[in-house]
Design a binder for this molecule. Structure first.
Ligand code: ATP
Ligand code: MG
Length: 346
């Protein structure tokens, strides 16, 4: 039987997961786990690139647990999907070091996601670790030889760099790595509740999958609305990209006939923002209530998280070691015993 294709993606433990994650990547991860071998990494080294303080690291350890709960709550099945913490598999750092020789600094400086991150988080002097982050991400993807990377649109440029690294490595040293493809979610980038282009954990503009109902309602009521609409009888365009309340209706309301009806009245100036928002709160509740329920079930069984992460690291680490050995041999570095590793893990 042909081996299943591998899929890898992940999240930084900088906060719990939000609605943007769901439509950008989580829904795809759940879909893919039946057909492919899926790996999810919780990228604690990546979190260090912007949050290296000890207090941040300790907070990240808590967020790792929250994120595992979010995975389980949305339907990731740890029997099918391997979930692991990035720093439990340090071989990936050696691969990243080898890859870093194949990428120029100006190439990294041109990556839009990195530029946005530096701007949005007001980082004046990016660390070397931050500049290395897209290369480490390429190593994350390639150490399991993943071919599919389900990510939000903001990560597309990183996957492009990963493809370049794979091509360059293969052309210099022989065919070792696949050229992975990004799989962008149904909503490539969900905007934030503040109207900013992207909902992000670190920008304070997110509705979290774990938010209680009152919090969801509060956030929706304070959501950015069209600034031209100072009164409900002013006709406006619900399809304008900045009209975030309708973007959320499109993404999460299971009753799209209701959304069409609201849009029609909105165009005519016959519905107030409060009604549009109240209906969104109800729709989000229909979506989030079952997730919340499953989350509570797993939250009451914390030992499961430890077991899942230990099993995940144990499964991925030898794969990582095998790939690293293969890369080293291809490059002409001292080779480690490869044949057995390769037969078992690649
Ligand atoms: P941070 O602010 O710490 O960078 P984040 O909210 O951007 O956090 P990440 O852990 O960086 O979350 O991203 C995890 C995955 O979710 C990536 O694949 C990313 O593309 C996707 N993603 C994040 N935010 C959105 C969004 N608003 N819309 C669609 N996809 C998103
Ligand atoms: Mg991000």
């Amino acid at each position: 039987m042909a081996k299943k294709k591998r899929v890898l993606t992940g999240d930084r433990p900088t906060g719990p997961l939000h609605l943007g994650h769901y439509v950008g990547t989580l829904a795809n991860r759940v879909r893919l786990q039946d057909k492919y071998e899926v790996f999810l990494l919780i990228a604690d080294y990546h979190a260090l690139t912007t949050k290296p303080e000890k207090a941040d690291i300790l907070a990240a350890r808590e967020y790792i647990r929250e994120i595992v709960l979010d995975y389980l709550a949305v339907g990731i099945d740890p029997e099918k999907t391997t979930i692991y913490v990035q720093s439990d598999v340090p071989e990936v750092c050696e691969l990243a070091l080898l890859f870093s020789m194949l990428v120029t600094l100006p190439r990294v400086e041109r990556i839009p996601t990195l530029k946005d991150m530096i701007r949005d988080q007001k980082i004046e002097n990016p660390s070397m670790g931050l500049m290395l982050y897209p290369i480490l991400q390429a190593a994350d993807i390639l150490h399991v030889k993943a071919e599919i990377v389900p990510v939000g649109k903001d990560q597309e440029s990183h996957v492009e760099l990963c493809r370049e690294i794979a091509r360059r490595f293969n052309s210099l040293y022989g065919e070792v790595f696949p050229e992975p493809e990004a799989l962008i979610g149904d909503v490539p980038t969900l905007p934030g509740i503040d109207g900013r282009a992207k909902m992000s954990k670190s920008l304070g503009n997110a509705i979290f999958l774990s938010d209680p109902p009152e919090e969801v309602a509060r956030k929706v009521m304070q959501m950015f609305t069209d600034p031209i609409r100072i009164r409900p009888d002013i006709p406006a365009d619900p399809d304008a990209p900045h009209n975030v309340v309708f973007r959320y209706h499109e993404a999460f309301n299971d009753d799209q006939a209701e959304v069409e009806e609201l849009k029609a009245r909105y165009r005519q100036g016959k519905v107030g923002d409060v009604e549009v928002k109240k209906r969104l709160i109800a729709a989000l509740e229909r979506f989030l209530a079952p997730i919340r329920e499953r989350r509570a079930y797993y939250a009451a069984r914390p030992h499961l998280i430890d077991e899942i992460l230990a099993a995940g690291a144990a499964k991925v680490r030898p794969i990582s070691q095998a790939t690293l050995a293969e890369a080293r041999e291809a490059m002409g570095l001292s080779a480690r015993p490869l044949a057995e590793l390769k037969a078992r893990y690649l």
